[in-house]
Design a protein around this ligand. Structure first.
Ligand code: AMP
Length: 290
């Protein structure tokens, strides 16, 4: 596996692959890799000739007081995982490479960032779309792989790619979970043992929502109330939001008569955990699947 640190060298490598007619798959990450990232890499390795993994802790997507400084950085461990998963290149640019002095541009997908995490983290998604647009322009992959774990991010990137005619397919891959249901996240390592044990309630609450819909409950105010009660009763996490909404606009729905996401964000100490499921609406049977 090649380690590339500059945009110039990355472009040179990309040109070489394209000259050989090879198809490039791309997995953008912030590192501290876990089995969730590994699964994206494996999807890419399976469907492309060469896979690029980027590791870049992007300062512009962190707000003041967020964990940019303390975000876990473990490049040497990440290299082992990336190599074993079959990545051809690990692209790990410096801040100076990505945002040289005088950098002025940003990419914003208006509206979709008003809900969920966008409401709690102003400017976060502008930072994400700007850096992802830059990475897509540098790597020019045929397919980019994202996780459903960050559903709003995936929807916003899909919209950006479509609106700006970026020549890439976006593939959204399923959330990888621990055995007890906790979604893998680089931020799980901030959790105390007590909070790690309580974190199982998030997925349990999402499954409760699925169960309620399967039983014919369609009013989201009631579903959200039950989810909040379950979390409040069994954890000391602070709920940022629980939302049920439309998968393309991300806006909340009050009655479920279509496919929806159920998403939540809960703070445990300094760890802010997010999770979601998609509930497929089946008008006939009113049953749903992930
Ligand atoms: P991050 O390094 O946290 O910015 O994540 C990089 C990519 O990995 C994003 O597309 C995430 O959605 C995806 N990802 C993170 N956690 C998981 C997970 N548990 N399962 C699947 N994909 C994930």
């Amino acid at each position: 596996m090649k380690i590339i640190k500059t945009i110039k060298e990355m472009r040179r490598w990309v040109r070489l692959q394209k000259r050989k007619g090879l198809k490039i798959g791309f997995v953008p990450t912030m590192g501290a890799l876990h089995a969730g990232h590994e699964s994206l890499l494996k999807y890419s390795v399976k469907s492309n000739d060469v896979t690029v993994l980027s590791i870049y802790v992007n300062p512009t997507q962190f707000g003041p007081g967020e964990d940019f400084k303390s975000y876990p950085r473990r490049l040497s461990q990440d290299m082992v995982l990336a190599k074993n998963a079959g990545a051809a290149v690990l692209f790990s640019p410096s801040h100076h490479e990505m945002y040289p002095q005088g950098f002025l541009t940003s990419v914003e997908v208006r509206g979709l960032d008003k809900h969920l995490c966008g409401a709690d983290r102003p400017g976060h998604f502008r930072g994400v779309t700007t850096v992802v647009m830059k990475l897509l322009n540098i790597v020019t992959p045929r397919i980019v792989y994202l996780g459903q774990k960050d559903l709003q991010q995936a929807v916003i990137i899909q919209k950006m790619v479509s609106d700006l005619n970026v020549d890439v397919d976006v593939v959204v891959c399923p959330t990888i979970r621990e055995k007890d249901g906790v979604a893998l996240s680089s931020r799980n390592q901030y959790l105390s043992d007590k909070h790690r044990a309580q974190a199982v309630m998030l997925y349990k609450a999402l499954l409760l929502a699925r169960h309620m819909v399967s039983e014919g409950k369609v009013k989201t105010a009631y579903i959200k109330k039950r989810i909040k009660q379950l979390i409040a009763k069994n954890t000391d996490g602070k709920i940022d939001y629980v939302d049920v909404g439309d998968l393309s606009s991300m806006s909340p729905v009050s009655v479920i008569n279509q496919d929806v996401f159920v998403a939540l964000a809960v703070r445990f100490g300094r760890a802010r955990l997010i999770d979601n499921i998609i509930i497929k609406y089946n008008a006939k049977k009113n049953r749903e699947k992930d």
